[in-house]
Design a protein around this ligand. Structure first.
Ligand code: CA
Length: 702
């Protein structure tokens, strides 16, 4: 076999009689390959980056965007319709589109001389203006990244940019990088990588690779991946798919670009990244939409629940071929080629560092976000997420198709966030966050217990003059939501919101006001103890600007389903109980057996639920105490959450966690049937960064 590009060399060699010369020639050739290989990383990386920038582009859409950009371009390279005093993404996004079209062989603008002229003049205008945004992120991340991408794309052009312009722009990208800032660090390192390739500078590449991969580590309590698999940014604030999304996108891109080179991601770091992606990040996406609890203040941006990660999943699959079945199923869900249940297996996880619980079943996703004195609530920042005061106070995200809350946020009544118990204010001002960048919670008892499939989470709410003990008991077909000790001296009604989602189809219930059940959008809500309900299915009005001052002021009106339990004014020691059965639907509601779920206790000291069919007991002890009910006896000497699996069998197991994260040892006395003796379990608990996580103990038979 003859390698085509060596053909001329062999032809030449045929004319050479001397064997000695041949040896010298082959030797010289090897030397050349070696010398070429040293330059290779830059060319290879540039090719991979350019290829990535051209992936997932629709030629027609790109051409339309470029055509309209060209029409609005002034002769000095500025744009007629851009307010340069409030500059954000434009015009660099427009120039990037133009550069993409110019070098794209399938584009009608490919190699177009006029387009080249427009790119040069608009880049020169950008350079001369040297715009600065009040928000550092644009200056230090977005602008240099976009310039780098434009310059890399243009290297494939028929005609290059003028040298002086190219060099001045590379100079403009140059920054200092200090690291230690999680997703922001990897974001900054990405434009270092672009600059390294453009300048073929090894020192820049060295530092780009170092900082790109720096955030891929487990950093207890600081911005980054936590020991429980959650993610922090801006202090101890859950940021799984807000800054955590930036982190995974940059890390996956870096690993993908640098694969197979001397700069490739180490196996240890790759395992951390992969574990975060598989066990946490991807599970927060239902169908193609994120859980609203994981998007941080981004919840107030249009389309922010859309995952848009098809491209990233393809790259991960290249890097992680051993899990290709898993990634292909994820790709089919996010691209909506398959439904939201496709390839989903059941899992339950409590993230004790972040106060977040994620319960996933093929039929639904149910998550809860709470805040303790150890963590910060979802932030308001830069006038984004203005009304999110109650977001992290027991908010429950209930998804079946995934789209239940997508772009609903401008219409939300923000003091009725699903799952929360709060004052019902007359206006938005009650839900306004007073201070930017995160406010700490007020209580210590916030946590949960989990065996990775089932679990129970609890939250001592004491916020905005409202106190309550809230708990969620997770099984297969239902989640039991209990509240007790609900007290407030405020003048408003106190309500617990069962859900607030897009209205889809009819809202069915038995009798208004004292309904025993409601069915909406194939989700059943069952109220075994009744209660005063308000059920809404009317129009709500709002705008994105209402919650985020960077967004549109256009009014939006649409119909919303809303169900809430009214605890009245100045309620003392009120309670609620409802069961969410996400796939039950109206056909099953009548035969739905609430008797297989026994709510054994719902007080401000103890909340306990037994699931007869699953043979499980789940108990929240807000203080040392004893549960004695239904022939079951459990006594604890300290506050804790307890879950006993396989009740009345020789394999009974006790799972226990301490939501206060303060105790090293808890003594548990159990008796699971009439004829047994009490058994004492001396439970040593995880400490340090693992404090709050679950420990398990066999309940031995006598
Ligand atoms: Ca209200």
């Amino acid at each position: 076999m003859q390698i085509p590009h060596l053909k001329p060399l062999f032809t030449a060699l045929k004319r050479i009689a001397s064997i000695n010369f041949l040896v010298v020639a082959v030797f010289a050739c090897c030397f050349c390959f070696d010398a070429c290989a040293q330059n290779e990383p830059f060319n290879l990386l540039m090719k991979r980056i350019a290829g990535d920038l051209q992936t997932g582009i629709n030629d027609q859409e790109l051409a339309n965007s470029v055509s309209s950009n060209l029409k609005l371009l002034n002769s000095d390279g500025s744009w007629k319709d851009i307010d340069y005093a409030r500059l954000q993404y434009d015009p660099l996004r427009r120039i990037k589109d133009m550069a993409g079209a110019y070098v794209r062989p399938s584009s009608k603008f490919y190699g177009h001389a006029d387009l080249h002229g427009a790119i040069v003049i608009s880049l020169q205008n950008w350079l001369d203006r040297n715009p600065k945004n009040k928000n550092w992120w644009f200056n230090d991340i977005f602008y240099p990244q976009a310039i780098g991408q434009i310059l890399i794309l243009m290297r494939d052009g028929k005609q290059q940019l003028p040298n002086q312009l190219g060099e001045a722009l590379i100079q403009r990208m140059s920054r200092k990088l200090k690291g230690g800032d999680g997703a922001n660090t990897s974001d900054e390192a990405l434009h270092f990588l672009y600059r390294a390739c453009l300048t073929k500078n090894k020192a820049t590449l060295d530092s780009a690779a170092t900082y790109l991969f720096e955030p891929i580590s487990i950093i207890d309590g600081k911005g980054g991946v936590q020991v429980d698999g959650s993610y922090y940014q801006h202090g101890k604030q859950q940021a799984i798919a807000s800054y955590g999304k930036v982190f995974v996108e940059n890390s996956v891109n870096a690993a993908y670009y640098l694969r197979g080179t001397d700069y490739a991601l180490s196996e240890t770091k790759f395992d951390i990244l992969l574990n975060y992606l598989r066990q946490t990040f991807i599970k927060t996406i239902r169908g193609t939409f994120y859980d609203f609890n994981v998007r941080g203040r981004g919840i107030s941006r249009k389309d922010s629940l859309e995952s848009r990660i098809s491209g990233m999943i393809k790259k991960i699959e290249t890097l992680d071929p051993s899990h290709s079945t898993f990634w292909q199923a994820a790709a089919k869900r996010v691209s909506q080629q398959q439904d939201a249940a496709y390839g989903v297996t059941k899992s339950h996880h409590h993230y004790w560092k972040s106060g977040y619980t994620l319960n996933v079943r093929p039929a639904y996703t149910f998550s809860v976000q709470s805040t303790s004195i150890r963590t910060l609530k979802t932030e308001r920042g830069n006038n984004e997420n203005i009304l999110g005061k109650f977001l992290a106070t027991g908010a429950t995200n209930i998804q079946r198709t995934g789209s239940e809350y997508a772009n609903l946020m401008p219409l939300w009544e923000w003091d009725k966030i699903p799952g929360t118990t709060s004052r019902d204010y007359a206006t938005d001002s009650g839900a306004t966050i007073a201070k930017e960048w995160g406010i700490a919670g007020t209580t210590t008892f916030v946590g949960g217990v989990s065996d990775d499939t089932y679990g129970v989470s609890a939250y001592h709410l004491n916020d905005d003059g409202v106190e309550a003990k809230k708990a969620w008991f997770f099984f297969d077909n239902e989640v039991v939501c209990l509240g007790a000790g609900i007290s407030s001296s405020s003048p408003q009604h106190i309500t617990t919101t069962v859900n607030q989602t897009w209205l889809r189809g009819k809202v069915l219930f038995d009798t208004a006001k004292t309904a025993k059940w409601i069915v909406h959008d194939s989700i059943a809500y069952i109220f075994p103890k009744g209660g005063t309900l308000t059920i809404g299915e009317g129009s709500q009005t709002g705008s994105w600007y209402r919650i985020n001052h960077f967004q549109s002021k256009d009014a939006i009106v649409a119909k919303v389903f809303k169900a809430a339990i009214d605890h009245g004014i100045r309620s003392q020691n009120a309670s609620y109980a409802y069961i969410v059965a996400p796939a039950a639907g109206i056909k099953n509601i009548q035969k739905y057996k609430t008797d297989m779920i026994a709510i054994l206790k719902n007080t401000e000291e103890i909340q306990a639920v037994k699931h007869t069919a699953l043979n499980m007991l789940q108990v929240v002890f807000y203080k040392a105490g004893t549960l004695s009910a239904d022939n079951l006896y459990v006594k604890v000497d300290k506050p804790c959450v307890v879950y006993i699996k396989s009740l009345n069998t020789a394999q009974a197991i006790l799972y226990i966690a301490d939501p206060t994260q303060e105790n090293r040892n808890i003594k548990v006395e159990v008796k699971l049937s009439k004829n047994e003796n009490n058994r004492l379990l001396n439970c040593d608990l995880p400490v340090g960064p693992l404090a709050g996580s679950t420990a398990s103990f066999k309940i031995s038979q006598h």
